[in-house]
Unconditional design. Structure first.
Length: 306
């Protein structure tokens, strides 16, 4: 009953905000209203966080809004997923992920700056000494089949324009965009030393972009999303996002899937067999050489006795 009342209240606040023309262009998951001086103030749904509507909201704070009662109907019953799933994160005062995340009971894990788990799960004693930065994000898109491929340069230009203008990412952080029908790869790289306070984070850009592609845009409804190449729609049917950190993840073998483990075991066994074959072959060859040397020595001795 309480959750229903919460949803109704949020909808009423949103309606009042829209009526006053007070909305957050970069985040529809907010409730906005003019303050006493008439300035439009927008707060994230379910919290007291004030949104900066001139830029992207951090991924950590966006994930928190998805876990509020007003969004509960959109979250699956198994809400908590390992890596790229939904969980209720702990955020710092600046909106960044805390290095250590827990599920509210006794299970904790370490995350990178994109909020992606980079260690095995442990108990509350788990030590996450630092928040490792995600400095490289690789996005792979697959578009629907069409009679002929797009022009490579047009694909790169269209996506580069979208990322720069819609998500306000500086072009220096868009390293390359490759197209090989029907796959598109986007490489975003941003080291901590390069990023200024005014720069959006590549993790936030990737999250906004993912939501746009999946038709669950975070932007306000009047900021519609449409991808096109050369005036023709780019219909994306699959999307994968890979996160590369400044330091390698710390997963143990138990984190690997059975298929990956089987491959690793096969490679190790192949190496062992190869070493055994090499050793046996060398021994056989050494034995033959010794036999030949003994035979030659015998013949030389017989020749001396004649």
């Amino acid at each position: 009953m309480e959750s229903r009342l919460g949803i109704v209240l949020v909808l009423m606040l949103a309606a009042v905000s829209s009526a006053h023309g007070c909305t957050c262009a970069t985040n529809k998951r907010t409730t906005c209203a003019p303050d006493l001086s008439g300035v439009c103030v927008c707060r994230l749904i379910g919290s007291a966080w004030v949104a900066n509507c001139s830029t992207l909201t951090s991924k950590c704070l966006l994930m928190k809004t998805e876990m509020t009662p007003s969004k509960a109907r959109r979250v699956p019953s198994h809400g908590f997923l390992d890596n790229d799933g939904i969980y209720d994160p702990d955020c710092t005062a600046s909106g960044a992920f805390k290095a250590k995340q827990c599920n509210g009971t006794d299970t904790c894990w370490c995350v990178n700056s994109a909020g992606v788990r980079r260690t095995d799960k442990g108990d509350t004693k788990l030590n996450c000494s630092e928040l490792v930065r995600t400095n490289h994000i690789f996005i792979e898109l697959k578009h629907k089949k069409r009679s002929e491929p797009f022009v490579n340069s047009e694909v790169a230009n269209a996506l580069r324009y979208t990322i720069q203008n819609r998500y306000k990412l500086h072009p220096n952080y868009i390293k390359d965009i490759d197209y090989e029908y029907p796959l598109i790869s986007i490489n975003l790289k941003q080291n901590a030393s390069q990023k200024s306070n005014s720069d959006v984070d590549i993790a936030d850009v990737a999250y906004y972009f993912e939501k746009d592609v999946k038709r669950d845009s975070i932007f306000h409804s009047n900021n519609s999303f449409f991808l096109s190449v050369g005036g023709k729609p780019l219909d994306v049917e699959e999307m994968l996002i890979y996160y590369i950190d400044e330091k390698p993840p710390e997963f143990s073998m138990k984190h690997l899937t059975p298929g990956v483990i089987a491959v690793v075991v096969f490679v190790i066994l192949s190496l062992i067999v190869g070493i055994i074959v090499l050793v046996v072959t060398r021994r056989r060859r050494t034995g033959k050489y010794k036999k030949v040397e003994i035979k030659e020595m015998g013949e030389m001795r017989r020749g001396q006795n004649l």
